[in-house]
Design a binder for this molecule. Structure first.
Ligand code: FAD
Length: 493
């Protein structure tokens, strides 16, 4: 009889774990608290507009990346979602002035040199930093002691190509993204570069992001989050995997030796041989067990996680914006303040030229404001002002939008605002976050996906390796199953 495995959550890591576990011969059931799959990687419709609420770029979408094989194996990338490698991947617009975020590093830097000769020296430095990281990527490796049908380990040549990054490590990790960008004298160049990632990251994260685009990776699969998630779900089901929606796992049951015996759902205990937890590990260690886990891994996580949070605003516009770029960054004359954080740039994703995202002649747009706002929104929930604050925010957003994209004036048909409280409610993630911030002067923490005090429980998901996101979700699902295979002396397929 094959061993009974329960997976908690049908996000990207849960689907990945389900696929590898089913393929390796386990009897797998995924329990998802919601009525749908995808978790944080999701999209939704409002009044005929369809908003991409998750994936903006996919690391490992280039066939040159080892991670690409994992996306293919899990069925995430198929013929129905070809990759768009947009170039430029965003455009900075300041009145008549435009700067293009080209993937091609030479083209990008030549443009910057022409635009801002005063920054010649800094542009050369930036060029060298990006070049040094251009071959850095997520290495696909098997856990030690695993019996695998197709073993996978990085070759020496692959690792050596990444070596130049080592020389930049200390400098870039010990500087913040903002400090790095502030070395440029030209204000427009600074705004352009600040449009890349959340402002709290270190310079290493920024340069790595630019280098990943420059290497030809980080495309956008057509159909976005939902098509990709559906592809993975189809793959899982075709392997015989079972899924139960609207089933929240309340507790993981352990015997007195700390070995898993089952899970509790709706007060009922269902027995199983092992559990793969993909609920945000930072929350799971405190909520899914009778007593809070107290071991070095859990304590390290409690101490070190800095959660990336986000306010996501989307709007349906009764106007065709397909003549505008698909991603734009505007410098703001006055900072846009959300939950005490002042944003100097206004980033807009414009889905007008994507098929099926809006009614005829309309455009769906979205915007992300990354920064710590969880406790502000939590307080608003407690004092009853949450709805009102969201409405006020949407109103201010529409006003600013009309200032920078005049065609949107009086044309907004629908808006929606997701706060960290939305993500917390929807996915039970820690402080409503979906990635970890790698701050200046800190280590890039990765966490063992098995706790020393608990047996038969494996963790996967964005929180297990910094900074997280989709690549870590899919990869950690695979690692969790490898640990399970190793412990149960099963061939990993
Ligand atoms: C606006 C936005 C933009 C993003 N852009 C990108 C991007 O461009 N590129 C990128 O790489 N990443 C991006 N991300 C991050 C990425 O989407 C997430 O990091 C990733 O999807 C996390 O996957 P996961 O499986 O680890 O977690 P989750 O998606 O949180 O999955 C966990 C699942 O478990 C379920 N669950 C939790 N607890 C229980 C329980 N007790 N019982 C049953 N079910 C439970 C949840 O409902 C959820 O479905 C973005 C995220 C957002 C929100």
């Amino acid at each position: 009889m094959s061993k009974k495995i329960f997976v908690i959550g049908a996000g990207i890591s849960g689907l990945s774990a389900g696929i590898y576990a089913a393929r390796s011969g386990f009897d797998v059931t995924i329990y998802e608290q919601h009525m749908t799959f995808g978790g944080l990687s999701t999209s939704w419709s409002r009044k005929g507009y369809y908003f991409e609420g998750g994936m903006h770029w996919l690391t490992g979408s280039s066939p040159k990346m080892p991670l690409y094989q994992i996306w293919k194996e899990t069925g995430a990338l198929k013929e129905n979602n070809p990759i768009e490698n947009r170039d430029p991947y965003y455009v900075y617009i300041n009145g008549d002035k435009k700067l293009y975020m080209y993937r091609d590093l030479d083209k990008l830097c030549n443009q910057l040199r022409d635009f801002a000769p005063e920054d010649k020296k800094m542009i050369a430095k930036f060029y060298n930093d990006v070049k040094a990281l251009i071959n850095v990527h997520l290495v696909v490796n098997d856990v030690m002691g695993l019996k695998a049908k197709n073993p996978r380990h990085p070759g020496l040549a692959e690792l050596l190509k990444m070596a130049p990054a080592g020389l930049k490590y200390s400098k870039l990790v010990n500087m913040s993204y903002e400090e790095y960008v502030n070395q440029f004298k030209n204000e427009d160049v600074r705004h352009l570069l600040m449009g890349s990632i959340g402002y709290r990251y270190n310079a290493m994260s920024f340069i790595y992001t630019i280098a990943s685009f420059a290497s030809g990776d980080c495309g956008y699969p057509e159909g976005g989050s939902v098509t990709m998630g559906q592809n993975m779900l189809d793959t899982y089901k075709a392997l015989g995997g079972k899924i139960e929606f609207k089933k929240k796992i309340e507790n993981i049951e352990l015997d007195i030796e700390g070995k898993v015996t089952g899970v509790k759902i709706g007060g009922e205990i269902l027995p199983c041989d092992a559990v793969i937890v993909t609920q945000d590990m930072r929350n799971a260690i405190d909520t899914l067990f009778d007593t809070m886990i107290n071991d070095p891994v859990a304590n390290k996580m409690r101490k070190n996680v800095v959660s990336e949070q986000n306010v996501f605003i989307c709007a349906g516009i009764k106007a065709d914006l397909s003549h505008l770029p698909k991603a734009m960054v505007f410098p703001l004359k006055e900072p846009f303040e959300i939950a005490g954080v002042k944003f100097n740039e206004f980033r807009i994703y414009n889905y007008a030229s994507f098929k099926g995202r809006a009614p005829e002649g309309g455009s769906a747009i979205t915007s992300l404001f990354l920064g710590p706002s969880y406790y502000y929104w939590k307080q608003a929930k407690e004092d009853g002002t949450y709805k009102q604050k969201k409405e006020e925010l949407a109103k201010r957003f529409i006003e600013i939008l009309a200032e920078y994209i005049p065609e949107t004036k009086d044309k907004v048909e629908v808006t929606d605002v997701a706060t960290p409280c939305t993500y917390e409610r929807y996915c039970s993630s820690f402080e409503g976050s979906w990635m970890s911030v790698w701050e200046k002067g800190t280590k890039q923490y990765n966490y063992p996906q098995k706790l020393p005090t608990v047996q038969g429980v494996y963790f996967a998901g964005q929180r297990t390796m910094m900074p997280g996101g989709l690549p870590i979700a899919v990869y950690s699902g695979r690692i969790a199953v490898q640990l399970l295979c190793r412990d149960t002396k099963t061939l990993f397929v």
